[in-house]
Design a protein around this ligand. Structure first.
Ligand code: PGA
Length: 261
């Protein structure tokens, strides 16, 4: 099933998740501003922008013109290959537009669209077949953390959706730990909370796929990450960067985050 020619090695990444925001004109302005700002302040990390699907072509055109400053990702993909699934977007379509990344299993998709770990496993499979790197999101709700179940919740999300893949397949994935209580709330996880969970995720991966794969996996933090707290979060040994929502809609903030390593 695996279609990748090269393995994804661990790297520092800042990815912007625009969610369902921006008109076409606003999207064009934002992507232009981001590219311009990245050219002036080249960060020491890979920068990914994940706009709504209708703007992927626009974003790809910009990325192609500035090949080394920006990668583009989608926010979602269908679990089906192709055919009569009105409104859905296939991984093969994203691949035909040279998409490199795709977010999978964002907590908003789990919450509002009822996505299950089983469906997410299929989405990841479709992406791997099409040589697109999934950015797999996991994270606990506030009540789960308060009940002390946060490690178990994240473990189940990862195991159910990802642990049937081969080592080679898994090596193409990125993980984003996004505690649900920190998303869009202004309430960031402390650096200790982030590091602790990232280290735990890496241990889980090591147990299943071996230490080398675990050390090579990029694990991003997401949830109210902004220009003021990014440096502290990214300084943690197991935090390889961020998945940024709100702050990715302002070019200067987003590029400042990318420059926080
Ligand atoms: P936020 O969103 O940065 O606005 O909290 C992060 C995300 O949902 O990916």
């Amino acid at each position: 099933m695996l279609n990748h020619k090269h393995k994804k090695m661990r790297k520092n990444i800042v990815a912007g998740n625009w969610k369902m925001n921006a008109t076409f004109q606003e999207a064009e302005e934002l992507i232009a501003d981001i590219v311009e700002s990245l050219e002036k302040n080249t960060p020491g990390c890979e920068v990914i922008v994940c706009p709504p699907a209708v703007y992927l072509e626009l974003a790809s055109d910009y990325a192609n013109d500035y090949e080394n400053v920006l990668s583009i990702g989608a926010q979602n993909v269908s679990e089906y290959e192709k055919g009569a699934y009105t409104g859905e977007i296939a991984a093969s379509m994203l691949a035909s537009m040279s998409m490199e990344y795709c977010i999978v299993g964002h907590s908003e998709r789990r919450k509002y669209f009822g996505e299950t770990n089983q469906q997410l496993a299929l989405k990841v499979e479709r992406l791997l077949e099409n040589a697109i790197h999934p950015i797999f999101c996991c994270g606990e709700q506030l009540e789960e953390r308060e009940a002390g179940n946060h490690f178990k919740v994240v473990e189940t999300q990862i195991k159910e959706a990802l642990f049937h893949f081969s080592n080679d397949e898994f090596s193409n994935l990125l993980i984003a730990y996004e505690p649900v209580w920190a998303i869009g709330t202004g309430k960031t996880a402390t650096t200790d909370q982030a590091q602790e969970m990232h280290a735990y995720i890496r241990t889980l991966i090591a147990e299943k796929f071996g230490k080398e794969t675990a050390e090579d996996t990029t694990i991003l933090y997401g949830g109210s990450c902004n220009a003021a707290n990014a440096k502290e979060l990214f300084a943690n040994k197991d935090v390889d960067g961020g998945l940024i929502g709100g702050a990715s809609l302002k070019a200067n903030d987003f590029v400042a985050i990318a420059n926080s390593f």
